[in-house]
Design a protein around this ligand. Structure first.
Ligand code: AMP
Ligand code: ZN
Length: 487
């Protein structure tokens, strides 16, 4: 598989430290509010990546943190802890907020068919690990204490800006517009590992540490959780593109300084979902959540389908028109699948070209848009319905858009519609039968139907002619025979 790597800026062959196995780390949500559908774009694409690696034969172990402390409003070391902001907004404790929005995140994942990684670690449960890691970074000269906080010393690294070499000045935390420079820092891109003399007097959660009571910075949590749960050689690290700097850059700095060797080989970044007005926001404009889409009548899997129709390395603009277009395509596809007849043998040979086309698309830097076109090719394919159904079921284990479930629902709805129409027709007939003339016509029609069934076509024609003589014209339809009365 070729997968774009933000470290090398090329589509690299995806190679793992241990053949056949993948260790995969995902930056989890900051649980101070609901996830917006932009956040969920990242988790959808990461989910498809994990599922495809499993489909391709890898044994994937995946871990994710839950950020419930230390993520400040700026992504760097300024602003308020987002968790505290959430708690104040809702007049609850930080832990109540964390629990509520962690559950809400998992519920969104369930609705979007996103598998929750087998290892999920809330940052607040790992503080002793962070402290141990910071102690070693101090011992080895990579971290220092200043003004009560512990900082990582970026000048000790051969290279700090690993992802974006050309834009070093723009990226430096200290030079961002409106961001105050922290005079404790030896270098402007140094970052906080542990806050003690906090500027936030009311920080709710604090822990004892060798440097005084305080709380961890955001970046250290992903390094420590990943190293502890997935080991010292990581194959794949994921997140939205905004995480590349400063978060992932700082994770690499800490982890490699701590380990003394290269850490993660492959970095997967999902480009942002934006709105027509620009950035997706939880505070300004319409707060786009999965629940809001549901309230507006959209099946959440339509949103997943919408995401898969675009490549993860392209920014994507959300609009209801675009979502409606995805819905039309999804409905067309699932209508066609609903019309397929289940049962019969599956020919693996007949299916192979479609599996190959799917793998070609996904092996080419997870080209889900191309993989979706294979779904349409299957509809037109000259293979059996059993083959088609098997292919949809198989490919949906990766794409997760619920193709067969949606088709089943449609089939059920159609069957219900048909039964209702038949019941209505039967009731109409029963009503009409109260008239002896109509009853005699129906009796003749039934006799003719029975004669046709017995291949007695002469008698059937006779009945038709007798009725015609009485001014009754028979009309044969696929649903049965009806009639027209003269005059
Ligand atoms: P957060 O809850 O802020 O820690 O973010 C959770 C995940 O969503 C991270 O991987 C972010 O990089 C990602 N993310 C944030 N905004 C967007 C967006 N508009 N589109 C796609 N991913 C995003
Ligand atoms: Zn992270």
């Amino acid at each position: 598989m070729k997968l774009y790597n933000s470290l090398t800026h090329t589509k690299d062959d995806f190679v793992t430290h241990t053949p056949g196995k993948v260790t995969m780390y995902t930056c989890g949500p900051t649980v101070y509010h609901f996830a917006h559908i932009g956040n969920l774009r990242s988790y959808i694409m990461e989910d498809v990546l994990e599922k495809y690696l499993g489909y391709a034969g890898y044994d994937v172990t995946r871990a994710m943190n839950i950020t419930d402390v230390g993520h400040l409003s700026s992504d760097g070391d300024t602003g308020e802890d987002k968790m505290l902001k959430g708690a104040k907004r809702e007049h609850k404790t930080v832990m109540e907020i964390a629990q509520y929005y962690t559950d809400a995140f998992f519920e969104d994942c369930r609705k979007l068919n996103i598998k929750i990684p087998e290892i999920v670690v809330p940052a607040t449960s790992y503080v002793d690990h962070f402290i141990k890691m910071i102690e070693k970074l101090i011992d080895t000269g990579y971290a220092y204490e200043a003004g009560g906080n512990i900082y990582f010393d970026t000048s000790k690294l051969k290279e700090y800006y690993v992802f974006n070499k050309q834009n070093q000045e723009d990226l430096a935390v200290g030079v961002r517009e409106g961001v105050e420079e922290d005079s404790n820092k030896r270098n402007k891109c140094d970052f906080v590992l542990w806050f003690t003399k906090s500027k936030f007097e009311d920080q709710e959660l604090k822990w004892d540490s060798p440097w005084g009571v305080g709380y961890p910075g955001w970046h250290i949590e992903c390094s420590a959780i990943s190293l502890d749960t997935l080991g010292e050689y990581l194959d794949l690290h994921c997140g939205g593109i905004d995480n590349a700097f400063p978060h992932h850059t700082n994770e690499i700095a800490q982890s490699e300084a701590y380990l003394g060797h290269p850490w993660c080989t492959h970095w997967f970044h999902v480009l942002h979902l934006n709105t027509n007005d620009g950035k997706m926001s939880k505070s300004k404009g319409e707060f786009l959540t999965v629940s809001l889409l549901e309230e507006k009548g959209y099946n959440p899997l339509i949103y997943r389908f919408f995401c898969l129709q675009s490549h993860y390395r392209k920014a994507l603009v959300f609009s209801y028109d675009a979502l409606d277009n995805a819905k039309v395509s999804y409905d067309k596809l699932t209508d066609k699948i609903a019309a397929l007849k289940p049962g019969g043998d599956v020919s693996r040979d007949a299916c192979k070209p479609y599996l190959d086309a799917f793998a070609d698309a996904m092996d080419n830097d997870l080209n889900t848009a191309m993989a979706i076109t294979v779904l349409y090719d299957i509809i037109k394919a000259k293979i059996s319905d059993a083959d088609k159904l098997w292919l949809y079921q198989t490919l949906d284990t990766v794409l997760g858009v619920g193709l067969l479930a949606a088709a089943d629902k449609k089939r059920e709805a159609l069957a219900q519609e048909k039964a209702a129409a038949e019941a209505e027709a039967a009731a109409e007939r029963a009503e009409a039968m109260k008239d002896p003339l109509i009853a005699s016509i129906y009796a003749a029609i039934d006799e003719r139907t029975a004669a046709k069934k017995a291949k007695n076509y002469a008698r059937a024609d006779e009945i038709r002619n007798e009725l015609l003589a009485r001014g009754v014209t028979l009309i044969d339809t696929p649903k049965g025979t009806t009639f027209k009365l003269e005059g």
